[in-house]
Design a protein around this ligand. Sequence first.
Ligand SMILES: Cc1cc2nc3c(=O)[nH]c(=O)nc-3n(C[C@H](O)[C@H](O)[C@H](O)COP(=O)(O)OP(=O)(O)OC[C@H]3O[C@@H](n4cnc5c(N)ncnc54)[C@H](O)[C@@H]3O)c2cc1C
Ligand code: SF4
Length: 564
Amino acid sequence: MQIRRSPKVYDVCIVGSGAGGGMAAYVLAQAGADVVMLEAGRDWDNARDGTMLRWPYQSPRRGASTKERPFGEFDACIGGWEIEGEPYTRAPGTEFDWWRARMVGGRTNHWGRISLRFGPDDFRRKSLDGLGDDWPITYDDVKPWYDAVDRLVGIFGSNEGLPNAPDGIFQPPPKPRCYELLIKQSADRLGVTCIPSRLSILTRPLNGRPACHYCGQCSRGCAVNANFSSTGVLIAPAKRTGKLTVLTGAMAREVTTDRAGLATGVSYVDKAAGRDEHVRARIVVLAASALETARLLLNSRSSRFPQGLANASGTVGKYITDTTGTDVWGYVPKLADHVPHNEDGVGGCHIYMPWWLDNRKLDFPRGYHIEPWGGLHVPAYGFMGGIERYPSGGGYGRQLKNDYRRWYGTLVGFSGRGEQIPSEHCYAELDPSAVDRWGIPVLRFHWKWTDYEHLQVKHMQETFRALIDDMGGTVFPEMPTAEQGYGIATGGRIIHELGGARMGADPRTSVVDANCRAHEVKNLFVADGGVFVSQADKNPTWTIMALAMRTASHIADEMKRGAL
Ligand SMILES: Cc1cc2nc3c(=O)[nH]c(=O)nc-3n(C[C@H](O)[C@H](O)[C@H](O)COP(=O)(O)OP(=O)(O)OC[C@H]3O[C@@H](n4cnc5c(N)ncnc54)[C@H](O)[C@@H]3O)c2cc1C
Ligand code: SF4
């Protein structure tokens, strides 16, 4: 194969431009390093490409999904569960779905922006209950980086002093909406902790970005960058330093190494030209998302690294997890016939429920948090979950219109998001024969939930039903049975995949050290969710960003003192 080699040698090559890659690029470019970034997807600009203020009636589809936009045509994510020419496979009996973004900023263009710190217990779970593994670092090691991310990116919330849901440097949270107040009352009655949510959306101007104007459309890409996306908040200022070169449509194939076993750069496919290229760099940072990073390492095989790069331990692709999840929803008659009012708010819930119970008194380990939803959002294709399910709902003409007006805003739902224990049953490996359109071997997934996760999800179902019942509502879906896994979402469906290049003090059982540097390759680092040792009952991205900032600052320090 003819490969074109770049004459220039960059200081750092970063693969991937999402939460982890964007943060690494920001820190390293600010520190004066000459950085090149490879991004498999296309360019994206929130102001140019977002659809923040588009009305559903401006499209014949009314916002329904398209092949490229499975979450709806206005959604700011190009990618999906299936990408043409980029397959993945599942071992027999495995159910697993993999969401991939293909654009500058990755999934941070449309993510939910629920921005939670892991707590002190989340870094030492094995010591507490004997399951999984401890991290080689503690909450105190990461705290200053969480603080720095809060200050740089901006987050709203409230300081509550909860033991394992740490406080942060918060901007004021928006007030709860009407249905959220009703949820809060029921949560208080049932003893479920319910506090203002913690979202990376500005309620006050910060670092040259304006405060949110409450249009409620965060998942479409914020044209004024009042919410966090890697694209608008990290990559744009990194580019302005003149130190960051972003190559789009550049699909990394493998990390190249020299005879000494050091990384020399990354070979990639220029997708538009259909040509193989090679970019040279003194340091390589992988941030292609947890599972793509594992794939890249497994594909970077050589006589020196026959099992793949940084994989002497055989743990690349292992100990992968996703968040557990299930949903319950119903309608609450108390919310019918409301006085019309504007409660758009931010593009996300204004309240949330962190884990509030003690597992020693329960039949499953580890917790979950609750993300409520509902309210008076812009109606779009499929809204309200089917009018025929409401009392007297459906029909034609005037009755249909009246029913929509009456019941609009009465739908309330709860999504549980919990911690899965890493196990030997869940891993990714290279498929022995399948390749993508460029001939790059693809991942094959193995996945199995255990009773730990099933019983946790059963508890979610029961809790959410009790909440809707207490609100005087009627739940729509039947209680799922044990045979239905109590309604647990298929692995990968919550889109919080982590692990596959986990951190550890022992090179025999882990891929990277406490600074996210590969044990075996001194100038190779990982800056995405691949390094996570355990999942926690929190969404992972704030921790991905804190760790990426910590790793990139470590690289900058090492470069300054000539050690890299
Ligand atoms: C709908 C949705 C809602 C979410 N909500 C939340 C939330 O509320 N809170 C939370 O914490 N998390 C949430 N997440 C998860 C969050 O988006 C991810 O944790 C986060 O984006 C991961 O960052 P990353 O940098 O690892 O990967 P990504 O953001 O996926 O970025 C990876 C980038 O690498 C590129 N890439 C991949 N392979 C290659 C290759 N071989 N060569 C070159 N480039 C490559 C991709 O094109 C992509 O742009 C949500 C995700 C989705 C989809
Ligand atoms: S709700 Fe606020 S942050 Fe979200 S898109 Fe609208 S203005 Fe931007």
